[in-house]
Design a protein around this ligand. Sequence first.
Ligand code: ADP
Length: 397
Amino acid sequence: MKVLVINAGSSSLKYQLIDMENEHVLAKGLAERIGIEGSQVSYEADGKEEIVVKEKLEDHGDALNIIIKELLDPEVGVIDKIEEIDAVGHRTVHGGEEFTESVKIDDKVIQKMEEYSDLAPLHNPANLMGIRAMQELLPDVPEVAVFDTAFHSTMPDYAYIYSIPYEFYKDYDIRKYGFHGTSHKFVALEAAKMMGKPIDELKIITCHLGNGSSIAAIENGKSIDTSMGFSPLAGLVMGTRSGDIDPSIIFYLNSKGYSMQQLNNILNNKSGALGISGVSSDFRDIEKAANEGNERAILTLRKFCYRIRTMIGAYVAAMDGVDCIVFTGGIGENSFLDRAQICRKLSFFGVKLDRYRNREETGTRFISTDESKVKVMVIKTNEELMIARETIEHIND
Ligand code: ADP
């Protein structure tokens, strides 16, 4: 069975064709600058060199046309006929309260996703463009929507309700939804395998640290709390997003002449690690600057790690314990310095990092000592594979 995984953004589209017999990626790539000057599609078949097709892409349909042409190409292609694609799995961002798990796409699902576009104006309309284009190209192939929010739908009401008038929840759907659910679920399942225990007997804290970052508390296989909220702006210090701040700052800055639109842009694109450091939103640049003695870069890393550590402490309290802590995402998987700084003051809970495993080894592995009461691991996330697995699971809904 072969599943095509699509992650459509407003001007980009990432894709992978995965053979689910052995979960092997047959081909993958990225269409960029859709609808903009200089558009192109990259395509890399397993074991072959990447090729780049520079062509005008008016819309997502144009991009998918090229992708399918390459998949079928006699030289670099990986399938002989289009019917070999058994299903399409779409990364979709906001499923609101309706979609508590992945779902086979039909007109009703599309309509509901359109309704939720208000809640995720940057993401849902783009996801829908990918879905519609695919439906036109391959009308007979079943498609499944895999929502970023779905895994967190198990949060209890006292975790997701905000302490503002209850009517706002009822009238405008304002509550915590959480995001990155596909990644948190994938690494939690992997963590359970590594622990050699069923996931429903474990308390796991997963830290997805990338350009966007979030933490989840996963008790007995269910997300019971997470750091992102109504939107992906909430929670941790991110590349350019502020994470949690006192909401009064917004009114105060508004009174100083910043418009709501400017503040929206500042909090989403000019804050977080970029805002504090003034160096970059990229943690490699910030670590380099910190090593060279840049005070604001040092402060950024301290703040980033401090926020994560205190959030871990909160989630230990939420679950009345923790069996393992997982690091994933570009920073979580690669930055031994940040992992060390985060775990340094978790010794009270029984966390003991193994310096060698943390610094010298790479890839998915334990980084705590054998004696450490709470296990710590690095797990390489694989959202595409998780989407493909979910697609197969829900293809017959
Ligand atoms: P996204 O959230 O866009 O998927 P990633 O998960 O790829 O992003 O994470 C990107 C972040 O990971 C960047 O800030 C990058 O600097 C950081 N990163 C990647 N490799 C390293 C490394 N070796 N050390 C520190 N940070 C790293």
